[in-house]
Design a protein around this ligand. Structure first.
Ligand SMILES: O=c1[nH]cnc2c1ncn2[C@@H]1O[C@H](CO)[C@@H](O)[C@H]1O
Ligand SMILES: [Zn+2]
Length: 395
């Protein structure tokens, strides 16, 4: 008999499965309708965008069309072009009210999708054009996350959201942002990250920030191994001391699959696997920036088979038109993943979160495992010909 755990999960089960998200950009997940409304409100003032550059007019004012525009514009095969689309989201996130709203909706949307724990990142330095201070930005986003958690709870959903403060790798404010992350530690901020175009901006440019965080016993992840390969991953781990890798998908370049199917790991890939370094993999985002050709060809299949600490993430829900459920669904379709696989990814992610160990453990044992157990037992209660008790056939 087929092991019932091996049954392909339905879309409805994927949606209800408790999911954990470690890599999601706040400015990459706005509702298109919210962008339109906020752009309308700020239009008279035309606040400066990131770095004070003027905000370009929205390419579409119909929310549905705007959503499509983001997906298509981000679908360029280049990380640099993909990142250009953010001027439209960052541009409308320059006031306290806008930040509270966007953060609250983010938490609500994730909860609605069945995410129970999320770490959401953004770069405070990109939200100063309306006159806010770095502290005011962080406090507005925190307020929004708390509000969204509350609204979710009122709607019968449970979610916990932690913030990661990102520094932009082409800028020179990493130490300042790291200090900010440290100041708001235990106040809604759980760690630090650097993001932005990878080529030409190695993580070692920001060593002072990483060394500071290490001295403070704080946590950080680094976008590495997305548009650039092994040297970037190596630097992030061995020079900077990253706890996790944002993407890290290019670790595949250090893995050789031989003709007879045996696999050889290079020194760096071995290190990553041996040390259980979490990989924040983002399949849909990688297809758009050219890091992978199709879901079926995405390295996550091999990395999962080889038991790397792989996690599944959305990166930018707006630009990729995705959600955690959609990412899982793509992988179920490409690799035949079962509820056991989805649980494995979720437990991996929860183990790798930046909140304290006892809380991670409680999330795994009291939320994630019971949630999957519930889903995995559903087949027992389905009415079939053999349980119906009458001679009427199934037809
Ligand atoms: O996949 C990515 N790789 C590198 N940088 C990114 C990615 N997605 C978003 N950002 C950058 O991170 C900033 C803060 O959230 C965004 O504004 C965007 O520029
Ligand atoms: Zn990212």
């Amino acid at each position: 008999m087929k092991n019932q755990h091996q049954i392909t999960p339905s879309w409805d089960q994927i949606r209800r499965a408790p999911k954990v998200l470690l890599h999601d950009h706040l400015d990459g997940g706005l509702r298109p309708g919210t962008i339109v409304e906020l752009a309308h409100e700020t239009a008279p003032r035309r606040l400066g965008g990131a770095g004070g550059t003027p905000v370009p007019p929205l390419p579409e004012t119909d929310p549905d069309k705007l959503g499509v525009w983001f997906r298509e514009a981000a679908d360029s095969g280049s990380l640099e072009r993909y990142l250009e689309t953010f001027s439209h989201t960052v541009g409308v996130m320059q006031t306290r009210e806008a930040l509270v709203r966007v953060a609250a909706e983010c938490a609500e949307d994730l909860a609605e999708d069945g995410v129970v724990y999320a770490e959401v990142r953004y770069a405070p330095e990109q939200h100063l054009a309306g006159g806010l201070s770095l502290e005011e930005v962080v406090e507005a986003v925190n307020e929004g996350f708390r509000e969204g958690e509350l609204r979710a709870r009122r709607g019968g959903r449970r979610i916990r959201v932690g913030a990661l403060l990102t520094a932009m790798r082409h800028a020179a404010r990493a130490l300042e942002i790291a200090e900010l992350a440290n100041r708001y530690r235990d106040l809604g901020v759980v760690g630090f990250d650097i993001a932005g175009a990878e080529a030409g901006y190695p993580p070692t440019r920001h060593l002072d920030a990483f060394e500071y965080l290490k001295r403070e016993n704080n946590h950080f992840t680094i976008h590495a191994g997305e548009a650039f390969g092994l040297p970037s991953i190596w630097q992030a781990l061995q020079w900077c001391g990253a706890d996790r890798l944002g993407h890290g998908v290019r670790i595949i370049d250090d893995i050789q699959v031989l003709d007879d199917g045996t696999v050889e790991l290079g020194r760096l890939a071995s290190y990553v696997r041996d040390k259980r370094i979490p990989l924040e993999l983002c399949p849909s985002s990688n297809l758009q920036t050219g890091a992978a050709d199709s879901y079926a060809d995405h390295p996550i299949g091999l990395l999962r088979r080889l038991h790397f600490r792989a996690t599944v993430n959305t990166d930018n829900r707006l630009m990729s038109g995705t959600s955690m459920s959609r990412e899982f669904d793509h992988l179920v379709e490409a690799f035949g993943y079962t509820l056991d696989d989805l649980q494995w990814f979720s437990v991996n992610a929860m183990k790798s979160a930046f909140i304290p160990f006892d809380e991670r453990l409680a999330m795994i044992n009291d939320v994630i495992k019971p949630g999957y157990a519930e889903l995995k037992s559903e087949w027992l209660f389905q009415q079939t010909a053999s349980t119906r008790g009458s001679l009427a056939s199934d037809g």
